[in-house]
Design a protein around this ligand. Structure first.
Ligand code: NAP
Ligand code: HSE
Length: 426
């Protein structure tokens, strides 16, 4: 099965990498061996690590008219000539996967119609919130829930800029330059900072959620480009953070979709979303609130959604994926004793000289390093609390056995795991 690419920049190169590196996993999951076919670019001389130069072309016909290309991945962006290319591919019965929100928010219905006419699929998960599978959730998991509101941080670049300005005191222009270097920003970053990119994503999400054709022109939008540092500081002093929000509501049966920078109370769930991450809060009477959070920009992150769309098309048209839930990659189940995390240990001890040293040396023998020690009380009533850096379950169990055996330790020590500080996800 060959896939052709229109565009090979930040996202396109990551797609090629993922398809090449993941060929075995993809074959196991889908039953198909995916091969990268022709790749359309503007400048064939530009360096593209991991991409076979023999596949590069500047002639769109090499992708669109190649009978061996079953699926076209569009990651070039823009409206013209992209719209024509996709209409051509769909009319020829080639399925299309695109990350192009500007195109979809203007011409989505026309492209979907062309797909239906051509007997092809049009998938666009990566067009909104990169790696977060929000479109799939709206189209499938929440199909029966009547969505009443979507509130989201849907642009990674602006969220990164606002986070860097607030947390690290970076200047606006420096934060934007860094977002461009990291591959988060659009080719024309005014799309990001002016709110157009977020408006396009909100148009796509609300079209699906409210079963209504919401065009980009229906979404009034403001960006962060006219925000003043003074207002960011004042917001913090008042207990808020400033976020660029997409806000869509079903109000008296009508759909309202807008994008604007807003003050979000620090305790609100959206206030904690930092860096290039995105979050979408979906509300409906039956499901109440569901929040999806994850990377909202970046080549590898977006490529994951693009390749998932390709696999989804294969599952729909070229064989069922139902068996995949039981697919066996042959990985062993990890022995519980070898699993790592950080730990909290509380114990009652006799407050005598050398107790802490004896306990510390037991943990040290098991390669468990102490991060914090707190002692309260004295005499036979002393309580000792230790927080330990990451170690294995087995070594913690052995250390606790040794601690229990000490004369100075009274009763049973209490051990809890500590989230977020251990290696391997502990
Ligand atoms: P990019 O780095 O600018 O890459 C664009 C690619 O398309 C380049 O390879 C460019 O060729 C090629 N291209 C552009 N116009 C062309 C034309 N007229 N003919 C032939 N080739 C053309 O952009 P990107 O960041 O990968 O984004 C691509 C798409 O994904 C956009 O629609 C963007 O909105 C979307 N997206 C991006 C992200 C992200 O985090 N970057 C996330 C989600 C969605 P050259 O290399 O020769 O210049
Ligand atoms: N420029 C976009 C962003 C890329 O920053 O969110 C992801 O669509």
């Amino acid at each position: 099965m060959r896939v052709g690419l229109l565009g090979c920049g930040t996202v396109g190169q990551a797609v090629v990498r993922l398809l090449n590196d993941g060929v075995g996993t993809i074959e196991r999951a889908s039953g198909h061996r995916l091969e990268v076919g022709p790749v359309l670019v503007r400048d064939p001389a530009r360096e593209r690590p991991g991409v076979d130069p023999a596949l590069i072309t500047t002639d769109a016909a090499d992708v669109l008219d190649d009978p061996t290309v079953a699926i076209v991945i569009e990651v070039m962006g823009g409206i013209d000539p992209t719209r024509d290319y996709l209409l051509r591919a769909l009319a020829a019965g080639k399925s299309v996967v695109t990350a192009n929100k500007q195109l979809l928010s203007r011409h989505g219905p026309e492209l979907l119609e062309a797909a239906q006419q051509g007997g092809a699929e049009l998938r666009f998960e990566a067009s909104a919130c990169a790696a977060i599978p929000v479109i799939k959730v709206l189209r499938e998991s929440l199909l029966a829930a009547e969505i009443t509101a979507i509130t989201g941080i849907v642009n990674g670049t602006t969220n990164y800029i606002l986070t860097e300005m607030a947390r690290r005191g970076l200047a606006y222009s420096d934060a934007l330059a860094r977002a461009q270097e990291l591959g988060y920003a659009e080719a024309d970053p005014t799309e990001d900072v002016g709110g157009g990119d977020a408006a396009a994503k909100m148009a796509i999400l609300s079209s699906i959620a409210f079963h209504t054709r919401v065009h980009l022109d229906d979404v009034p939008h403001e960006g962060i480009d006219r925000l003043e540092a003074r207002d960011l500081d004042l917001a913090v002093r008042l207990g808020f953070v400033v976020k660029l929000l997409g806000v869509a509501r079903l109000q008296d049966g009508a759909v309202s979709v807008r994008v604007y920078p807003a003050l979000v109370p620090v305790g609100h769930r959206l206030a904690a979303i930092g860096g290039p991450d995105n979050a979408v809060l979906l509300e409906s009477r039956s499901t109440r609130e569901i929040m999806l959070v994850g990377p909202g920009a970046g080549g590898d992150e977006t490529a994951s959604a693009v390749v998932a769309d390709v696999l989804s098309i294969l599952g729909t048209h070229h064989g069922s994926f139902l068996h995949n839930a039981l697919a066996d990659a042959g990985r062993p189940i990890a022995a519980p004793g070898g699993v790592r995390s950080a730990f909290y240990v509380r114990m009652s001890v006799a407050d005598r000289p050398g107790v802490l040293a004896r306990i510390a040396s037991i943990f040290a023998e098991e390669d468990l390093s102490i991060r914090t020690v707190v002692q309260s009380g004295s005499g036979d009533e002393a309580t000792l609390v230790l927080v330990l850096h990451s170690g294995t379950e087995q070594r913690m169990a052995d250390a606790l056995d040794a601690v229990r055996a000490l004369d100075d330790v009274r009763g049973e020590p209490v051990m809890l795991r500590v989230l977020g500080t251990g290696e391997g996800g502990g």
